[in-house]
Design a protein around this ligand. Structure first.
Ligand code: CP3
Length: 340
């Protein structure tokens, strides 16, 4: 078992810097496209055999140091009782957005083994196959709430912020339900065998710091504190576009803070005390010519030297247009340049 990733999460010394990429299983891989060509995205998410297959693809092809469970952050929202659709080219859609008290009251807090057995079964299957650690994940409550309230992806988050500012009690009631669902879901993943857990707060960066503190952070903290009571698996908190939120995200209780590329990793490390960090190459840097890409990677590794632990990653998900060969160049470069 290659446990370099887990050691880096815990701030222990490693022989080299471990690397994985957010969205490493996905459309940039012809091998993924081949599987996806036969089923819809939701069907894929609900088939443990196919999820296992696509989770393993990037590990086998590129030699990443960790695997991330193939699923989607919105799966538990469907389990709360909401219709969920994925539209080609448009992303996720909730045809019945959650915007009033009745809609919040209708939401269930699902029992994960009962309502999402396929996710937990995928984790069990993967643990038998993998020789690198398996990361489980969920969305963070604020990010999940934006999809429910907006009915899909958004640019200005008008409905979400309107609810926050004008109907804070309703907003908090919704967030409490999402938090209860997410907490139980991540606990179930840990029990099924996930060896680390990442909370994706993809939209945290659209909030003013004081709003982040009031409307997003308490729910993340509550989930992490529930997890601490039942497991010692490392917890990664990724607040995208969150460099100005670091004074707050450092209080979330996570072991590792995920960083997007908008901050120099060395500057971030000076702010995060004894947290390990994960990140933070601009995903579009993978389109650079080899020499320049390698130069950036070398520089990033250099800048991250003062970290309590560093897990190399992109600053957000790999984009579908990325030539797979570029992922290989990056993984090899991280391993080569960081070898001690
Ligand atoms: O490899 C991995 O990282 C594991 C799988 C994974 C997916 N989604 C698969 C996926 C993970 C960890 C996610 C998380 C996720 N999903 C997030 C948080 C991370 C982030 O990017 O900020 C968010 C916001 C979602 C919601 C979501 N799912 C959107 C907005 C979309 C459409 C946009 C897009 O990239 O197509 C999805 C669909 C989705 N999730 C795909 C994949 C591989 C593409 C679906 C397809 O095959 O057509």
């Amino acid at each position: 078992m290659n446990d370099t990733f887990l050691k880096a999460c815990r701030g222990e010394r490693t022989d080299y810097t471990p690397v994985w990429f957010m969205r490493q299983a996905g459309r940039y891989l012809p091998e993924y496209q081949a599987v996806r060509g036969k089923v819809s995205f939701l069907e894929l998410c609900k088939s443990p055999e196919l999820c296992t297959e696509v989770t393993l693809q990037p590990i086998d092809i590129f030699g990443f140091d960790a695997a991330i469970l193939f699923s989607d952050i919105l799966i538990p929202m469907e389990a709360m009782g909401l219709a969920l659709e994925f539209h080609e080219g448009r992303g996720p859609v909730f045809p019945d957005p959650v915007r009033d008290r009745e809609a919040v009251d209708r939401l269930r807090v699902p029992e994960p083994e009962e309502s999402m057995p396929f996710v937990l079964e995928t984790i069990r299957l993967l643990r038998r196959e993998l020789s690198v650690p398996l990361i489980g994940f969920s969305g963070a409550p604020f990010t999940l709430a934006t999809y429910l309230i907006e009915g899909g992806s958004s640019k200005v988050f008008l409905e979400t912020k309107k609810m926050m500012f004008r109907a804070p009690e309703l907003y908090h009631a919704l967030l409490e339900k999402i938090t209860a669902c997410t907490s139980a879901y991540l606990q179930a993943q840990a029990r099924a065998g996930a060896q680390a857990l990442q909370l994706f707060d993809s939209w945290a960066g659209v909030l003013a710091p004081q709003d982040f503190q009031r409307f997003a952070l308490p729910y993340v903290r509550s989930i992490i504190s529930d997890l601490r009571a039942m497991t010692d698996v490392p917890i990664i908190y990724f607040a995208n576009n969150g460099s100005t939120l670091l004074p707050h995200t450092t209080t979330a209780g996570a072991d590792v803070l995920g960083l997007d590329w908008r901050i120099n990793i060395g500057d971030a490390i000076r702010q995060v005390g004894d947290h390990a960090v994960q990140g933070n190459l601009d995903p579009i840097a993978l389109f650079l010519p080899r020499q320049e890409l390698e130069k950036r990677i070398r520089r990033l590794l250099e800048d991250a030297k003062g970290a309590r632990g560093h897990i190399f990653n992109l600053g957000h998900g790999i984009v579908p247009q990325t030539p797979p060969e570029q992922a290989r160049i990056a993984v090899d470069a991280v391993h080569r340049f960081s070898g001690r």
